[in-house]
Design a protein around this ligand. Structure first.
Ligand SMILES: CC(C)(COP(=O)(O)OP(=O)(O)OC[C@H]1O[C@@H](n2cnc3c(N)ncnc32)[C@H](O)[C@@H]1OP(=O)(O)O)[C@@H](O)C(=O)NCCC(=O)NCCS
Length: 161
């Protein structure tokens, strides 16, 4: 059985390991954008903020005492004069270990993140997914997320002469 709770500092090594899984996936698809994986502890300062910062949290999924998934979420308010000053939530990262996928853990983590977002005043929730990542996109689509923006990019070549 899988249980869900907010992460504590002692979960950081497991979150770092899962964070590397997300990193590797993105590096393999877009090596010119995402760095290769290295020391699993490299990103510990970043993941720690998702536990300690005000207006942020991380949920973990635990099966038989092992962390098998996490989601990081925070809230923010738009400051631009042309945007409505709404409080919205951002999914920073989500990962379920490969052997635990397809059992509804990702869906449940997203539900926890959304519930936390509502409790923290958010009226909207947003996330970024790269276009190669169709399995993540399918999950978000099933959960009611819609494409609102398209983020374009192009590699530029530099003439050696
Ligand atoms: C995206 C990700 C978090 C989804 O996690 P997950 O636990 O596999 O998600 P779920 O099980 O809730 O749903 C995924 C699939 O399982 C299916 N599913 C859900 N509950 C199920 C159950 N009880 N039994 C069988 N299948 C189930 C869903 O319908 C969905 O199927 P589909 O993808 O074929 O449409 C996971 O694939 C992952 O960690 N990917 C790598 C990291 C990543 O890409 N992160 C997102 C970056 S934007």
């Amino acid at each position: 059985m899988t249980s869900y709770r907010e992460a504590i500092i002692a979960d950081l090594p497991a979150i770092c390991r899962l964070g590397q899984v997300v990193n590797l996936l993105h590096h393999e698809a877009l090596p010119h954008i995402f760095s290769p994986v290295s020391d699993p502890q490299r990103d510990i300062v970043y993941w720690r903020k998702g536990i300690e910062n005000i207006g942020a949290t991380t949920y973990v999924a635990e099966t038989s005492g092992e962390i098998v998934g996490f989601v990081a979420v925070d809230v923010a308010t738009e400051k631009h004069t042309q945007l409505q000053p709404v409080c919205f939530a951002r999914i920073g990262s989500i990962c379920v270990s490969e052997s635990s996928r397809g059992q509804g853990i990702g869906r449940e983590l997203m539900a926890r993140a959304e519930h936390w977002a509502v409790s923290n005043g958010a009226v909207d929730i947003r996330l970024n997914v790269w276009s190669f990542n169709q399995s993540a996109f399918r999950l978000y689509e099933e959960l009611g997320y819609e494409i609102r923006s398209m983020f374009l990019g192009k590699a530029l070549t530099h003439d050696e002469t």
